[in-house]
Design a protein around this ligand. Structure first.
Ligand SMILES: Cc1cc2nc3c(=O)[nH]c(=O)nc-3n(C[C@H](O)[C@H](O)[C@H](O)COP(=O)(O)OP(=O)(O)OC[C@H]3O[C@@H](n4cnc5c(N)ncnc54)[C@H](O)[C@@H]3O)c2cc1C
Length: 387
């Protein structure tokens, strides 16, 4: 096995690293605390083609390999995890349309999604159903050549900027098993009855908005049914989450790296009892643990991504990478804060943002409890995944 990035991947990572250090790191703390939308950064992302990460080249996208996809979210999250959210669910939905959409849907949406002219997110979660997506109650009732859609979605990131939103609905609530009655509709957010009803106040992950969305008898043309066939929505959404979990694992690596950088820099500079605190073995051991876990999380994330690049299924691998890396990010952000002593608790240092951002990675794209059940099931059926 060779754990080195290719020259192309290294060059891609280096250019992103420069961009993040130049455009994101200097403003992250101030803009995040001000609750300011990162408009200028989003424009840079657009110019760099990053809205087209998962869009095939024939539709104008970058169509990056999965390892480069991971590098993108890692590097951006090292600067400010919220910025990764702007292109996170957008990339997931673009991937889903590229993989499952009809030719018409691909032609209609992918070029504008790639350029960032059209923005999107994903509408799965409801107030009464998150992990148990088969328990959603948003209904789509066929009426001639339209569906009439009613229901409420919540925690929808990028909802205020989305021109089109893939929404998971029930087309046949009586179906057994329940997932056979579920479909994804590509809903035009300018439709009558589509309302972004409120922004949810949140602990971290500031930058992109996360909103409640109400659909009140929204008329959606039947050709907006993803893939053109009812009953495939759950499978379409779950297949996209495989890529989504690599995304969240990579964000976790970025946050853990930022925590390590902040902690090791501070340990060199802060003095106590007449010497830098990094001279104390208690601090050195913490940094050694941080660095070791960070490296393990990074390798596991690249491993899951590399499996996707080989065209293999990676639901177990991406679940393991997301579970492990997000727990590493949580521990790293807490330890970095402790190494900063009282200053770690101050909003004048970066580590308090890392501490607020890290928990999301244990929740999004499948909570870590759910992922443990996914991993356990796959162990029962196929045993441990190979290298
Ligand atoms: C900042 C943020 C942004 C988000 N963005 C989006 C978005 O853009 N689009 C979208 O659709 N959703 C989004 N979500 C929603 C997210 O995907 C859900 O919050 C997540 O899937 C968990 O669902 P839930 O909140 O309903 O928790 P629940 O499903 O109610 O879970 C509550 C607790 O019970 C545990 N639990 C539930 N079932 C089981 C089980 N079978 N076994 C063991 N434990 C279980 C969970 O792990 C959790 O600890 C976002 C959430 C946040 C916080």
């Amino acid at each position: 096995m060779d754990f080195r990035l290719t020259e192309e991947q290294q060059a891609y990572r280096d250019s992103l690293r420069d961009f993040v250090d130049r455009e994101i790191v200097p403003v992250a703390r101030e803009w995040e605390h001000a609750g300011r939308y990162p408009t200028e950064i989003v424009e840079h992302l657009r110019q760099m083609g990053l809205f087209g990460l998962t869009v095939p080249a024939e539709y104008g996208g970058l169509d990056v390999d999965a390892v480069s996809f991971a590098l993108t979210f890692e590097e951006i999250s090292r600067g400010w995890m919220g910025i990764a959210g702007v292109i996170g669910t957008h990339s997931l939905s673009a991937w889903m349309i590229a993989r499952h959409g009809t030719d018409d849907q691909k032609r209609r949406y992918l070029p504008e999604l790639a350029s960032g002219e059209l923005r999107t997110g994903i509408g799965l979660t409801e107030p009464e159903a998150g992990s148990d997506l088969q328990g959603i109650s948003t209904r789509a009732v066929r009426d001639g050549d339209h569906y009439v859609v009613s229901g409420t979605k919540t925690w929808i990131t990028n909802a205020r900027h989305a021109g089109m939103l893939p929404v998971l609905v029930k087309t046949d609530p009586a179906a057994e098993p329940r997932h056979r009655g579920m479909s994804v509709l590509l809903v035009d957010t300018a439709s009558d009855g589509f309302t972004v009803s409120r922004d949810i106040p949140k602990l971290g992950y500031k930058g992109p908005e996360s909103c409640e969305v109400v659909l009140d008898r929204v008329r959606v043309p039947s050709d907006a049914l993803l893939g053109g066939v009812e009953g495939r929505g759950m499978q379409q959404a779950l297949s996209a989450l495989e890529t989504g979990r690599v995304n969240v694992a990579a964000r976790s690596v970025g946050v853990a790296q930022a925590a390590y950088d902040a902690a090791s820099g501070y340990a060199r500079q802060r003095e106590a009892f007449g010497r830098p605190i990094g001279d104390f073995q208690a601090i050195q051991l913490k940094l050694a643990d941080l660095a070791t876990e960070l490296q393990a999380a990074r390798l596991m994330t690249y491993w899951a991504a590399a499996k996707l690049d080989r065209g293999e299924r990676a639901d177990t691998e991406s679940s393991m990478a997301k579970l492990f890396s997000s727990e590493v990010a949580l521990r790293a952000s807490l330890e970095a804060m402790r190494i900063h002593g009282g200053y770690g608790y101050s909003q004048e240092f970066e580590v308090e943002r890392l501490y607020r951002d890290a928990p999301l990675m244990a929740i999004g794209e499948g909570t870590n409890e759910i992922l443990r059940t996914v991993i356990a099931r796959s162990l029962q059926h196929g045993g441990l995944p190979g290298p």
